[in-house]
Structure formats: structure tokens, C-alpha cells
Design a protein around this ligand. Structure first.
Ligand code: MN
Length: 731
């Protein structure tokens, strides 16, 4: 334990050293300690005696693992992928040399480690002795060659090297599983030789991971989780407790900084999935071998993955990310007795299974068809279908959440939804993003929003990059404010109130007829944005901005409508989406109004990427005006293909604007102004900073106000109060 303690102090000191190097460039010392994220128990626990197999299942449980394949279609499909895997039949590859192309070297280690894990698993899946011996021999042959070639001559510290620590993390996890499965069949001599190879790699990982990556990073936690799995496989080794301790501490460095307390992963969806491929196997291994259940600590991550999914079940392409599926089915079996805020009675396991079963996999399947790569970002290294088979539990029935589909997370993401149903034409989804930025993979997208509706992606984030992290386009366009649906002031997006401090959210309303929330964030050079989202009738969205710029300046509301053609003029634009892998043909009608005297809307063009390689230029708009206090209001109405939008008009008085949205016999009126002053329009009078009045068949049926003491139509007093109130009411 003393040893461990020294190691973690070393990590902190070394981390600070690095942070001060960053400071010279950015003038901000990165604080890795103060964010809200979580940690797991850092005290390593190993079993009294090493037992094999134990990482994924015990010998007693092997029969159940065998019969699973016949239990339902999903299991049968996974079994087909596993039993027909190329890794069970491919010839053992020739050992590469240090001079080989880095792809050759990476693929060699990735494939050989996968082959070992697949082959080891199959030993337990057959009762035919000849077959069994064939898989034993193959697993032994693969393990006896583990880490041959130039692996110890290559330094992972060299950027994009073929033995990067993120790959090492997955290879060791695969070898650990393979060893665990084949160990009972090894001769003493074989066991000794194979253990020596694995011990050497564990030693290498435990001594170097902080040298390779000295700050919280997925490059620190991925190898840590891998090392943890191998420590469990070799638990009788003298150093195993130390390896596991290093692993737990290094993983904690990441979870406490990159996750919010409510499970948001700050590096974005892609890096969540990329980390999942390591933390999920480790957590299962640790629970099985040592009885330590980290799934309780990770529960918010699982709930977040369900809550943040868009209308088609995809994690958003915000921060450095493409859209991603959320593989909650692989964790479902760990939450069979776990209550969740997502459902009044069903356990989290059923919600996770539902989320996976309803995810539209079309774009990811098309991507794999096109490129041979899967969605994990680790195709050469990670045994995806095998891990899916291992974790799949056919007894868990899928259950849709029954909690409010609109979810406000304290970590700064709010999801406005009218239904949990996935890929439904009537589905409406808006993600309002205001998560405190971490120091890796961050984009300038504070208080931005994305929309999916009619089962199609509409208003969107620019995305990660065209194809790869290293492209100039990533830093010059994709991470910049202009590639996001933000409000810039003199070209800059809002920022965090302070490092690791989430922008303020307030005035939350969640009813079945109107949802609302305001977020506030400052601009680095002074001024602030108060941006509110209103979900009127739970059918369309209004985005209401108050921009304060004491020194004056140009505020610009940017709107990327997504992968569509755009038409329209003056205050109106419509994006038309054709049927594609992201959804059916549909439309997004948008009206934008501003209070500034010089308010204008310009058309522009910029790239969008939803999935790696699928980038193209699409139209977007920039609505801008100058002033010290101004408001901008956007009305965003999704509709089916070919369908027209409502009639929308606006009047303004100074910096107060009134917008009317008329659709059939429903008329919605909106007031927006920078501060609670008396606003007197013909049809509406109020001191609200935001008001909504709905008339159905000529009668007021509902209304909502922010910070109001009064609200009147030309006929009726709707509310009066001595104190300013924020509320929504149906009459
Ligand atoms: Mn982005």
C-alpha cells in the first residue's frame, strides 16, 4: 500500500508539472482535481487463490455459456459471428520487424491477441474432445508467441506509433482472457513460459503508463484497465496487487476528470465508446474474480447513455466525436436489481436492453460495409462480437423508460423530448449543451443545440473531423465556434464561468405541454449569453437568446441545419433532407428574429461530418446584430417531407420582440426582452423576460412566463403576482 501511495503522489506531482507546461501556452493551469466526476475504490483486492477460468465465467458456468447460443435470435446472431470469426481460422501471422510499416505491426499484435482470445473462448464452447484440443493447441501457440517481434523496441511515447498504449491496453486484456481459459490445460512448462510473457508485459505497463501519459486521458485509463484485467488473471504473482493498484489509480485519474457526477463523458461519445471497450471487460473481470462491483460507481454513465440518445438512438457527434451507438446491452446483466430514474419500477438492465434493441444501426452497418471498420474505433484490437456474446443475457426483457422524456442533467446537458420511442416520425429531440469543458477533445460549443425529429438528424454539430484527429480541418473548422449552433460575441463562443464549473442552468419547466430551461455562460472578453430553449406543445422548439455586451459588439446566432439543401429568404429558411442512412426525407422550417437595428441573416456554407469519412459542405445561416443588449429568437419547426410550416410573423419595440406562430387553429405568441421591463404590444402585455401564450380556437389554453409579475392578453389577465415568477400553466 505504501508503494501505491507513492505512485499516486508521483502521478499528481508529475501531472502538475505537465499542467504548468500547458500554462505557458494557455495561461490556464489545468485543474484535474476539482471536477464533479467519480472514482472507484482504489484499494486493490485479489482473491486468496488464483482460479481458472474466472475472468468471464467459471468452469461451472461454461455450460450456460454454451446453451446461450440457442436461447434467442440475438444470441444466435452473435454466436454465428463468433464461431465464424476469421480469428479462429487465420494462419498465425509472421513476426514483424521494427522496420515494417506501422500498420503491419499494429495489425499483427491486434490480430494475434484477438485470435488468442477467440480461440481460448472456443475451448469452453465445445464438448467434442478433438475440437477442444484443436482450440487448446491454437491458444497455446498464440500465447507462446505473445509479444514477440519488436514490441519492446518501440516506444509508445512516439506519437501514433504501432504499439500505442491504447492498443497495448486492449491486447493485454485479450491475452489475459485467453490465458484464463487455456490455463487448466497447460503443462507446467507451457504455463511457465506463457506467464513469463504476460508478467513481463504487466511489468512494462505498470512501470510506464504514467511516463507515456502523465495526465488524465483515455491514453492513461485504457492501458490501466487492460493491466487490471491481467493482474486479475495472474493474481498469485507477487506483483499482481501492485499492478492492480496502479490500474485502479490510473483509471480513477480519468473518471474523476472526464466524467461528470451524472455520467456525461466530457471527451464526447466516441471516446466513451473507445474507453468502454476496456472498462467494461475490466469491470466484469474484477467483479467475477474479486467480487468488487464497480458497476455501482458507473451507474450514472449507463443512465446518461440512455438519456442522451437522439431520436434514432445515437449518441451525439458533439466534441471530438462521430455519432455512436450506446452499447448498454453489454452492461445490462450487471443491473438486474438496480433501480433507475428512467423507470418507475423496471430495473436498469431492462432499460439498457431496450436502448440497444431500438438503436437504428443502419449508419454504422453502412460504415462497416464501406470501410471494414466497426463503430468502436478499435476494430483491429477489440473482440466486439465475442464480448457481446459473453455479456448478453437473453433473460432480460427490453423495457422503454416511463420517466419524463425530457431530462435535465446537473452536468450541463438537457434533453428535450416528447417521447422515448425511437425512430418514430412524431419524435422530437433537442440536446442543449452546456458542459464544463475538459482539456482534451473539447469544442467551442457552449450553449449550442442539436435537433433530431421525424427520425432524421436536423440542426447539427459540425462533428469531430473529416476522418482523423490529426487533420488541420479539425482544429481550423470542426472545433471552432462557427461549426456549432452557438451565439458568438465578436466571433467567440461563450466559455465556462470558471475552470471545471458548469454554466448555470435555471428556470427549468417540465410539463406535458411545455418544457423550458435557461442556461447562462459568460464571454471571455466580457458580456454574457442567457439562452433559453422552449419546447412548445412538445412539438417544436424556440431558442431565445439575450446577449449582453457592455462594451458593445456583434452577436451572431449560428444555425447549422444539417445535411440538407436550404432555401428561403428574409427571416425564413427551410432545410430539406433527402432519405439517407441518417433517416427519411424530412424538413426543418426556421424563422429567426432579432432586436438589433442592424439585425441581418446571412447564408453561408460549411462542412458537417456525422460519421468518419462522410463529410460534405452544407448551407448554414448566421443571424447577427450589434448592440449592448439585444435578443434573438429562433423558431424551429420540424415537419414531414413536403409539408409546409406555420405562419410566423414578428413585431418589435426597441429591444423587445413579439413573435406569432399560427398553425391551423393554434396560435402561439412569444415575448422576449433583455430585462423585466413593461412590454406593451397590441395582443400581449407583460414584464416577463420570456412569455408564451397559446390560443386554441381563439381562447387562451396555456401560457408560460419567465421572471414575470404580470401577463395579459388584450382581453384577459393571465397572471399577476407580487414577486417575479417563472411558471407554465394550462387553463
Ligand atoms: Mn463539435
Amino acid at each position: 500500500m505504501i508503494n501505491l501511495h507513492i505512485k499516486s503522489i508521483f502521478a499528481v506531482v508529475f501531472g502538475l508539472f505537465l499542467a504548468s507546461a500547458v500554462q505557458a501556452q494557455d495561461k490556464v493551469e489545468v485543474d484535474y482535481e476539482s471536477y464533479s466526476g467519480f472514482t472507484c475504490d482504489p484499494v486493490p483486492k485479489l482473491p486468496a487463490k488464483e482460479v481458472h477460468p474466472s475472468l468471464w465465467f467459471t468452469a461451472d458456468q461454461a455450460a450456460a455459456m454454451r446453451v446461450k447460443k440457442d436461447q434467442d435470435e440475438q444470441a444466435a446472431g452473435l454466436w454465428k459471428q463468433v464461431s465464424e470469426s476469421q480469428f479462429l481460422i487465420m494462419d498465425l501471422m509472421p513476426e514483424p520487424t521494427i522496420n515494417d510499416d506501422k500498420k503491419v505491426v499494429h495489425q499483427y499484435y491486434g490480430y494475434m491477441a484477438q485470435a488468442a482470445k477467440y480461440s481460448g473462448f472456443m475451448i469452453w464452447m465445445t464438448e467434442d474432445e478433438t475440437e477442444k484440443q484443436k482450440f487448446i493447441d491454437r491458444t497455446v501457440a498464440l500465447l507462446e508467441r505473445a509479444y514477440d517481434g519488436p514490441v519492446y523496441e518501440l516506444d509508445p511515447k512516439e506519437k501514433s506509433g504501432p504499439t500505442d498504449e491504447i492498443y497495448l491496453g486492449t491486447w493485454i486484456q485479450n491475452y489475459a482472457a485467453a490465458y484464463d481459459w487455456v490455463q487448466p490445460f497447460l503443462t507446467q512448462e507451457q504455463d511457465k513460459a506463457i506467464r513469463a510473457r504476460l508478467v513481463k508485459q504487466c511489468d512494462y505497463l505498470s512501470k510506464n503508463i504514467y511516463r507515456w501519459t502523465s495526465r488524465p486521458h483515455n491514453h492513461l485509463s485504457k492501458p490501466a484497465w487492460g493491466l487490471g484485467s491481467c493482474a486479475l488473471a495472474l493474481s498469485d504473482e507477487r506483483d499482481a496487487i501492485n499492478w492492480l493498484g496502479v490500474a485502479l489509480n490510473a483509471a480513477n485519474e480519468n473518471t474523476k476528470y472526464f466524467f461528470s457526477a451524472d455520467g456525461i463523458y466530457r471527451e464526447g461519445s466516441h471516446y466513451l465508446g473507445f474507453s468502454w471497450t476496456n472498462f467494461l471487460p475490466f469491470m466484469i473481470n474484477y467483479k467475477n474474480v474479486s467480487g468488487v462491483n464497480q458497476f455501482e460507481d458507473f451507474k450514472p454513465v449507463m443512465e446518461w447513455g440512455v438519456a442522451v440518445r437522439n431520436s434514432n438512438g445515437w449518441l451525439p457527434n458533439i466534441e471530438d466525436s462521430f455519432i455512436r451507438p450506446f452499447p448498454g446491452h453489454m452492461a445490462a446483466a450487471m443491473y438486474k436489481d438496480t433501480q433507475t430514474f428512467l423507470h418507475s419500477s423496471a430495473p436498469l438492465s431492462e432499460i439498457l436492453m431496450w436502448a440497444w434493441n431500438t438503436t437504428d444501426m443502419k449508419p454504422f452497418e453502412a460504415y462497416t460495409e464501406r470501410t471494414t471498420y466497426n463503430w468502436t474505433g478499435a476494430t483491429w484490437d477489440y473482440t466486439l462480437p465475442l464480448d457481446e456474446y459473453l455479456t448478453y443475457d437473453p433473460t432480460i426483457k427490453p423495457t422503454m423508460p416511463d420517466s419524463s422524456p425530457t431530462v435535465f442533467l446537473e452536468g450541463g446537458q438537457s434533453m428535450f423530448r416528447n417521447t422515448w420511442k425511437t425512430s418514430a416520425p412524431e419524435g422530437r429531440y433537442l440536446l442543449f449543451q452546456g458542459v464544463a469543458e475538459a482539456d482534451n477533445h473539447e469544442h467551442y460549443e457552449h450553449l449550442s443545440f442539436i435537433i433530431s425529429a421525424e427520425a432524421q438528424m436536423m440542426a447539427s454539430d459540425g462533428g469531430y473531423t473529416r476522418k482523423s484527429y490529426g487533420e488541420k480541418m479539425r482544429t481550423q473548422w470542426y472545433k471552432q465556434a462557427v461549426a456549432h449552433n452557438v451565439v458568438t460575441l465578436n466571433g467567440e463562443a461563450p466559455v465556462d464561468p470558471a475552470q471545471n464549473v458548469t454554466p448555470v442552468s435555471r428556470h427549468r419547466i417540465n410539463t406535458d405541454f411545455f418544457d423550458f430551461e435557461e442556461k447562462e455562460a459568460p464571454y471571455a472578453s466580457g458580456g454574457k449569453l442567457r439562452r433559453a430553449i422552449a419546447f412548445a406543445g412538445e412539438s417544436y422548439f424556440v431558442v431565445a437568446d439575450i446577449v449582453s455586451a457592455p462594451k458593445g459588439g456583434e452577436a451572431t446566432a449560428i444555425l447549422h441545419g444539417g445535411r440538407g439543401t436550404m432555401e428561403g429568404d428574409e427571416n425564413y429558411r427551410v432545410w430539406n433532407y433527402e432519405a439517407d442512412t441518417y433517416g427519411p426525407a424530412a424538413r426543418l422550417h426556421v424563422w429567426t428574429f432579432g432586436s438589433a437595428d442592424d439585425f441581418k441573416i446571412e447564408d453561408a456554407e460549411g462542412e458537417l461530418t456525422y460519421l468518419k469519412g462522410d463529410f460534405a459542405v452544407f448551407p448554414y445561416t448566421k443571424a447577427s446584430g450589434n448592440g449592448t443588449e439585444q435578443v434573438i429568437l429562433q423558431v424551429l419547426v420540424p415537419s414531414a417531407q413536403g409539408k409546409g410550416g406555420p405562419e410566423v410573423s414578428s413585431v418589435k419595440q426597441g429591444n423587445q420582440i413579439l413573435v406569432t406562430v399560427k398553425d391551423g387553429d393554434i396560435t402561439d405568441t412569444y415575448l422576449l426582452q433583455p430585462s423585466p421591463a413593461p412590454a406593451e404590444f397590441d395582443t400581449l402585455k407583460s414584464d416577463a423576460t420570456f412569455a408564451w401564450v397559446r390560443e386554441e380556437g381563439g381562447k387562451v389554453s396555456k401560457f408560460a412566463v419567465r421572471e414575470a409579475t404580470n401577463l395579459k392578453t388584450n382581453r384577459t389577465v393571465l397572471m399577476e403576482s407580487a414577486e417575479a415568477k417563472t411558471e407554465a400553466k394550462a387553463r
